[in-house]
Write a protein that binds this ligand. Structure first.
Ligand code: GLA
Length: 356
C-alpha cells in the first residue's frame, strides 16, 4: 500500500501564457490531495473519494463519464497511449483542496494518480513525463485545451521556491521566495472550471494570433507586430506578451528580495487580465482592491479566472488577519461563501509512505 501527497498550486505570475508557450512562475502549496492505493486483483480500479462520498470503479474501457473519476481514467489513458501499462488499484482520495477553485485540484488529482502509477506499475517516468501525462489526460481525454502550468507546478514544486518556467523549452529554475513574506489565498466561493467555453475561447484566439504571425511561442512576438492582427487577437496577445515580461521582472525582483516591486507587478498583471484578457469578475476585483488598500504588496487573480481564487503577497504573519477582514467585507457585498488560507511554497507530488 502506498500513500502519495500531491499539492495544489498558486500561480504567482504568468497567467494564460502557458498555451502560448510563454513564461510562468507558479509554486506548489500545502493544500493538496492524498491518495492511498494498493494493487487490485480483479482487473478493475475502484476509488473512494472522501470529498464526493462515493466509490467509482472502471475496467479497461476508459470512457468519459462526466464525473471526477474521468481525471483518473485520463491518466490511465495517457499511460496507455505511451505504450505503457497501468496497474489497476483500489484506492482512497482525500484532501483539503477545494474543487474548481483556481488552485488546480484537477492537476493535483492527476499527479497523485500519476505518481502512484509510476511507483506501483514501475513506469520509470521522469517528473516531466508525469506532468506530460496530465496534459495528455486533459487535452485528449477530457477535451480541455489547457497548458502544462498546473501539472508542472504540482510535480516540480519545492519548499521555499517558486518555479520559473519557460513553457516552450520546459527549462525551469527555482527562485527563492523571500522568507519574510507569505501568500494569502482568497477563494471567492465561485466555482467555475476550465471546462467552460470562456477558457477555450481564449486559447483559440491566442493560438490563431500566433499562427497569423507565424511564430510558435508568444516569447518571440514584439509589440509592433501586433498591428498585423485583428482587434481581438491584438488585445489578447498584447496582454500575453506584457505578461511574459512581467514574469521575468517578478523573477528578478524576488531574486533580489524586492517584494515591493514584485507586488506592484502582480497588481498590474491583475488589471491587465481584467481589462484586456477579460477573465476577472467583480468578486476578484474586490479582493485585489481590498488587499492592496490594506497592506498587501500586491494582489491578483490566480489560475484561469472567471471566479475561483486570488492571491495577495503580504508580510509573513499578516495574511491570516487580512484574510479575515477581506471575508467580513466580502460577505456584506456578495452572496457567496469565501474561504482563505495562508500559503508558502511547498514540495511537489511524491510518495510519502510505503507499506508491504
Ligand atoms: C488553467 C489551466 C492552465 C493555465 C491557467 C491560466 O489553470 O489549466 O494550463 O492556462 O488556467 O494561466
Amino acid at each position: 500500500m502506498i500513500t502519495v501527497r500531491s499539492p495544489g498550486r498558486v500561480n504567482i505570475i504568468g497567467e494564460h501564457t502557458d498555451y502560448a508557450l510563454g513564461y510562468v512562475m507558479p509554486m506548489a502549496i500545502q493544500l493538496g490531495t492524498t491518495f492511498t492505493a494498493e494493487p487490485s486483483l480483479d482487473g478493475r480500479t475502484c476509488i473512494f473519494s472522501e470529498a464526493m462520498k462515493e466509490e467509482l470503479c472502471f475496467g479497461d474501457e476508459l470512457v468519459r463519464e462526466g464525473k471526477w473519476i474521468d481525471y483518473v481514467k485520463g491518466v490511465y489513458y495517457a499511460i496507455r497511449s505511451r505504450g505503457l501499462r497501468y496497474m489497476h488499484v483500489s484506492g482512497r482520495l482525500s484532501g483539503d483542496l477545494p474543487m474548481s477553485s483556481g488552485l488546480s485540484s484537477s492537476a493535483s488529482l492527476e499527479m497523485a494518480i500519476a505518481v502512484a502509477q509510476n511507483e506501483l506499475a514501475r513506469l520509470g517516468l521522469s517528473r516531466l513525463d508525469l506532468a506530460r501525462l496530465g496534459v495528455t489526460a486533459e487535452n485528449e481525454f477530457l477535451g480541455i485545451p489547457s497548458g502544462i502550468l498546473d501539472q508542472f507546478a504540482a510535480v516540480m514544486g519545492k519548499e521555499g521556491r517558486a518555479v520559473f518556467t519557460d513553457t516552450e523549452t520546459l527549462n525551469y529554475e527555482y527562485v527563492p521566495v523571500p522568507e519574510d513574506v507569505e501568500f494569502l489565498v482568497f477563494h471567492t466561493g465561485i466555482r467555475r472550471a476550465v471546462a467552460g467555453t470562456e477558457y477555450s475561447d481564449r486559447v483559440k484566439v491566442v493560438k490563431s494570433a500566433l499562427r497569423a504571425l507565424g511564430v510558435s511561442s508568444s516569447k518571440y512576438v514584439r509589440e509592433e507586430q501586433l498591428s498585423r492582427l485583428n482587434e481581438l487577437q491584438r488585445k489578447r496577445l498584447g496582454y500575453v506578451i506584457r505578461e511574459n515580461s512581467r514574469v521575468l521582472a517578478v523573477r528578478d525582483a524576488l531574486r533580489s528580495g524586492d517584494v515591493v516591486t514584485a507586488g506592484k507587478i502582480l497588481t498590474e498583471a491583475h488589471w491587465d487580465l481584467a481589462r484586456n484578457y477579460e477573465v476577472s469578475v467583480p468578486e476578484l476585483d474586490f479582493f485585489v482592491e481590498f488587499a492592496t488598500s490594506h497592506g498587501a504588496y500586491g494582489a491578483r487573480l490566480t489560475g484561469a479566472g472567471f471566479g475561483g481564487a486570488a492571491i495577495a503577497l503580504v508580510d509573513r504573519g499578516k495574511g491570516e488577519q487580512l484574510g479575515r477582514e477581506a471575508e467580513e467585507e466580502y460577505v456584506r457585498r456578495f452572496p457567496h461563501r469565501p474561504q482563505h488560507w495562508v500559503v508558502t511554497p511547498a514540495e511537489g507530488a511524491r510518495v510519502i509512505d510505503v507499506r508491504p
